[in-house]
Design a protein around this ligand. Structure first.
Ligand SMILES: [Zn+2]
Length: 335
């Protein structure tokens, strides 16, 4: 297989209606996932310049911030603490200095992070320390503290941009016990994603009344029962079976994806996956158009109203294209 000589962003333009405001609001959602310690464009294992990296993503994000400013929302979907020796060094060798990963992510102004199975693999001492030094919440609605029965991390993050309320719900693949020994995640359990999403979607819609709901799931789309009991890659199932998500940002499977699916309520959901190592990023443009409150029926949330109007008028439209983020010639080909 030929090595791909380009760095792409998956660009998806999503047009939604919002009941709140009298003006059009444009947002850009950027997702990284499975960066695996690729903070710099240099592979410290092979000792060669390498593709992708947080550094290159930062260049892209800063360029986009010139236009979008605070309306650019930067999210990471986990598996960022393991891979390159740079991550290993700050995980296990120098455990006193600020962790390079949190330092870089804070500098880049991430709005939220998420836990991946390889982040759990570093052990509680490492990932709890990393989370404590992040200026943004690392989410985990289905990572439960067994002593309290409550989530160990924040289940979701609320963001407000230009009067638009955005909720990001974070979850991890629950198959952790199939891969990792319990001493690495002692005191925690990992609940089923679909059950957890159903529970939190009800709370989010009643308590937050959001305009846009984003699922940030460290799980792929090929549903598979790991060890006969853990639904490893439940992202697509959640997008389809739990109404309320507008966008589901996937990860974990290192497989590039960008498509829309129909959920059980008849509403479409964008699912997108940037694969790994910060070579590709998910780049979603969202345009929110105003809808009058006068259409609001009794017991109807803003999100319900928008979904109903969209279905009635069939106004929801999508445009998919690939954005060339950076062109980079490669000399070598991998057979
Ligand atoms: Zn990964």
């Amino acid at each position: 297989m030929k090595r791909i000589g380009f760095i792409y962003g998956l660009l998806f333009c999503l047009v939604l209606s919002v009941a709140a405001q009298g003006k059009v609001v444009k947002l850009k959602i950027v997702e990284t996932s499975d960066v695996h310690g690729n903070y710099y464009p240099y592979n410290f294992i092979t000792r060669h310049e390498w593709k992708g990296s947080l550094a290159r993503i930062y260049s892209f994000v800063q360029k986009e911030r010139e236009q979008y400013k605070e309306n650019l929302i930067l999210l990471d979907n986990g598996d960022i603490l393991q891979g390159q020796p740079t991550a290993y060094y700050y995980n296990y060798i120098d455990t006193v200095s600020p962790h390079l990963c949190s330092e870089m992510m804070n500098f880049m102004k991430y709005d939220a992070g998420n836990m991946g199975n390889h982040d759990v693999e570093t052990g509680r001492a490492v990932f709890d320390r990393w989370i404590a030094t992040c200026d943004f919440p690392v989410l985990g609605a289905n990572i439960i503290d067994t002593s309290t029965g409550k989530p160990h991390l924040a289940p979701y993050k609320v963001l407000e941009r230009d009067g638009v309320k955005i909720v990001v719900l974070g979850m991890i693949t629950p198959a952790i016990p199939a891969w990792l020994s319990e001493n690495l995640w002692k005191g925690l359990r990992f609940d089923d994603m679909e059950e957890t999403a159903r529970k939190w979607m009800k709370i989010i819609r009643e308590k937050e009344n959001p305009d846009l709901v984003i699922g940030l799931f460290h799980a792929g789309q090929e549903a598979f029962k790991m060890s006969g009991k853990y639904n490893e890659n439940a992202s697509l199932n959640v997008a389809k079976n739990v109404p309320g998500f507008d966008i589901v940002l996937m990860g974990h499977d290192h497989a590039r994806e960008c498509k829309k699916v129909m959920n059980v309520a008849g509403d479409s959901v964008l699912i997108i996956d940037p694969a790994s190592n910060g070579i590709v990023l998910s780049n979603v443009d969202v345009t929110l158009k105003p809808v009058s409150y006068t259409h609001l029926r009794a017991h109807e949330t803003r999100h319900d109203l928008v979904c109903r109007l969209l279905l009635e008028k069939k106004k929801k439209s999508y445009l998919v294209c690939l954005l060339l983020l950076e062109k980079k010639k490669t000399k070598k080909h991998i057979p």
